[in-house]
Design a protein around this ligand. Structure first.
Ligand code: 9UX
Length: 72
């Protein structure tokens, strides 16, 4: 089963930032869908929580140089 999460992502300033985050996340096990909006500072990810957690998603984005947190 897959579930969605919405993240606030800070530090993106151009379209290449968006593509970096989308392409890197897509390569991880358990990721079904990724869409990142530069204008909204937002990312929506659909993932299998048996394979990856929200905290792991946030850690991966952090490794790319962007701060992320769950959007509430
Ligand atoms: Mo654009 Mo983003 O030159 O890390 S790629 S700012």
């Amino acid at each position: 089963a897959s579930v969605p999460v919405d993240l606030t992502i800070r530090g993106m300033t151009c379209g290449s930032c968006v593509r970096t985050i989308e392409s890197q996340l897509q390569n991880l096990a358990g990721i079904k869908f990724v869409a990142v909006s530069l204008e909204k500072n937002r990312g929506r990810i659909i993932f299998d929580p048996n394979l990856i957690s929200v905290q792991q998603l946030i850690a991966q984005i952090s490794k790319l140089g962007f701060a992320a947190e769950e959007f509430a």
